[in-house]
Design a protein around this ligand. Structure first.
Ligand code: F6R
Length: 607
């Protein structure tokens, strides 16, 4: 949600700022802007809409300067427009900001009473005006930033550039991520290591409440008025990682990376020789855990839903799951010594982080499953179970979800082993089924033409689509519906097959495709009944099952696909790839913006 970058060096920075913004655009794409200092004065170019509009503006009105800041926005306060685009500036300071200043109205009222005029509808302008007010009282930029940090409430990351000061840039963070990059005679500050990857692999991650002063040769980090040391680390991300390769979209590339990244994640969590799961050491003993709480948002929450089936079945462990935004405000009682697992690709999602804060206040042991080991959520946890998906740029989560499932299944198996609820033979059988996954995913991808045909012939023209599943296929149905609606803007809902007759069946007619996610498992006959109920009402059935399931029901469906055979326990991982392909090709047929769907952004750092 919003990407920020700042560069201080000796060569023209605008092309570098734009290059960094291209890497950050997935975080927000309703407007963008850059500002530099020219002869001590702030000059900026901003444009509504995608980054290409800013690039066109810069071609028409180039911006020189060797120090500058840039921003790509997902609007929170003030609609997307050039006026509200960042950098937000006064004559003294220019700011780029990610997150929310919660007390912006209070600050604005106070500053307006001093006679200050606000030109945008953003919360960010309160910070720019607050700093300006301090600077006009003869404070140094350092003193102004230190004091401002004491006044700002909310979760934010920001970078500031000061008029007349070619020698410094400043950054600050609380809640949202911010990292400093070390170059040769050039320093960078940006949202994350991914944004800095083309410039440098030497990165310092800032902690909550840090503020930093950068010069072209180094940086000093403060907490309050105290200087603090933050280590310089080597980031493993290379600039090349961020390309689309030969694929038309990042999403398709990421769907196709799944055999590899699922394989990488398996390698981390499984010993194929002994067919044993090996999770990192945990700061608790599974036998002492009486209840597990799991939380996340959107797709990550569906990973929790699938995992609930696994932990309950394999480890006989009661699991409570809830979307993070509800969990934190419900204030549920949690047993002392309980374990809370937060699932988040980005590790930045504020609702999830806040839910963890609540869980911590209830003395829970915090585990996180995340794709970004340096993220706020990872750092807030007592232990991290990493997914090895690599950077996910497509806004709709794909490979992050399937790798989350691999991690959570491994954890459930480890818990079952420790609690004595899973035999050695069962563990070996499950490990083998997991080891097969990359090959089965590949086979699924090889059938992309079949998915494309269904997408083009059956789904793309629909106004509404239903997805049905039972057991651990129910969350896959929810995920399929979420992917379809966010990418193609077709209204789609997922239901537990058994629930359909309690209401949603009223929606069925011959214009409503119903995608049934139905591996041949112990409840196949039950979903088969739901299938018949749809059929009797003229619904257009799309069956996703294996060869056995298709043999039983395929003739009764409008169309069906035989997903490769796989153990039912790991089936949710494979069937997820099937629903991803349906959503992708439907969106492609509709011509929507697949990597940057309307109104969405990745890494939701606001509530
Ligand atoms: C949907 C999607 C979102 C995210 C959600 C949580 O395709 O990507 O629903 O899953 O915003 O994000 P993370 O996992 O970064 O916490």
């Amino acid at each position: 949600m919003c990407g920020i970058i700042g560069i201080i060096g000796n060569a023209p920075v605008t092309p570098l700022l734009v290059d960094a913004l291209k890497r950050l655009e997935y975080r927000g794409y309703d407007s963008a802007g850059v500002a530099t200092l020219i002869n001590g004065h702030i000059d900026r170019r901003r444009a509504e809409g995608k980054l290409v509009n800013l690039e066109a503006r810069l071609r028409a009105e180039p911006l020189s300067g060797t120090i500058g800041i840039g921003h790509t926005r997902w609007a929170t306060h003030g609609k997307p427009s050039e006026r509200n685009a960042h950098p937000i500036a006064t004559d003294r300071v220019a700011i780029v900001h990610n997150g929310i200043i919660e007390n912006f109205q209070e600050l604005k009222d106070e500053l307006a009473a001093e006679g200050r005029r606000f030109e945008s509808d953003t919360d960010t302008e309160a910070v720019a005006q607050l700093l300006t007010s301090y600077l006009e009282r003869q404070m140094t930029p350092e003193a102004a930033m230190g004091k401002a940090m004491g006044r700002l409430r909310g979760a934010f990351a920001l970078v500031a550039m000061f008029s007349g000061r070619h020698d410094i840039l400043m950054g600050a963070r609380r809640g949202s991520s911010l990292a400093v990059g070390h170059g040769d005679g050039e320093m960078y500050v940006g949202t994350d290591a991914l944004a800095l990857a083309p410039f440098t692999s030497r990165v310092t991650y800032l902690e909550d409440d840090d503020w930093v002063v950068l010069s072209s040769s180094g940086c000093t980090v403060y907490q309050g008025e105290t200087k603090v040391e933050r280590p310089e680390k080597k980031s493993g991300l290379s600039g090349a990682l961020i390309g689309k390769g030969n694929h038309q979209h990042f999403m398709l590339k990421e769907i196709y990376e799944q055999p590899a990244v699922v394989g990488d994640t398996l390698q981390y969590y499984l010993d194929p020789a002994t067919r044993t799961v090996r999770t990192p050491a945990m700061p608790f003993d599974w036998t002492d855990v009486s209840r597990l709480t799991m939380t996340g948002c959107g797709t990550a929450f569906y990973a929790c839903m699938v995992a609930k089936y696994w932990f309950e079945k394999l480890a006989r462990l009661p699991v409570e799951i809830e979307v993070a935004s509800e969990f934190r405000y419900r204030e549920p009682p949690l047993p002392e010594g309980g374990v809370c697992i937060a699932v988040s690709q980005s590790g930045e999602t504020i609702d999830t982080l806040e839910a963890m804060r609540y869980a911590k206040s209830q003395k829970q042991i915090l585990l996180s499953v995340t794709n970004v080991p340096e993220s706020a959520i990872a750092r807030f946890s007592h232990a991290v179970l990493p997914t090895l998906a690599g950077p996910e740029i497509g806004v709709a989560s794909t490979k992050a979800f399937t790798t989350q499932l691999v991690v959570l299944l491994s954890a459930a198996i480890a818990a079952g082993r420790a609690r004595g609820t899973l035999s050695r033979a069962e563990e070996e059988r499950l490990a083998l089924a997991m080891i097969e996954l990359p090959a089965r995913i590949n086979e699924t991808l090889n059938m992309e033409g079949d998915y494309r045909r269904i997408a083009e012939n059956t789904l793309a023209a629909a106004r509404d689509v239903l997805y049905l599943g039972r057991g651990s296929s129910f969350p896959v149905a929810l995920e399929g519906a979420l992917k379809l609606k966010e990418l193609s803007y077709i209204h789609a809902e997922g239901y537990a097959g058994g629930e359909m007759k309690h209401g949603p069946i009223a929606l069925i007619d011959d214009a409503v495709p119903v995608v049934v996610v139905a591996p041949s498992d112990s409840i196949f006959d039950k979903i088969a009944s739901n299938f018949e109920q749809v059929r009797a009402r003229g619904g257009k059935l799309v069956l996703l099952s294996d060869a056995r399931g298709v043999a039983k029901l395929g003739a009764k469906a409008e169309t069906s696909i035989a997903v490769p055979d796989i153990d039912p326990v790991v089936a949710p991982i494979l069937y997820t790839v099937a629903v991803q392909l349906l959503a992708y090709y439907t969106a492609l047929a509709k011509g929507t913006d697949i990597d940057q769907p309307r109104n969405l952004a990745k890494s939701v750092t606001v509530e």
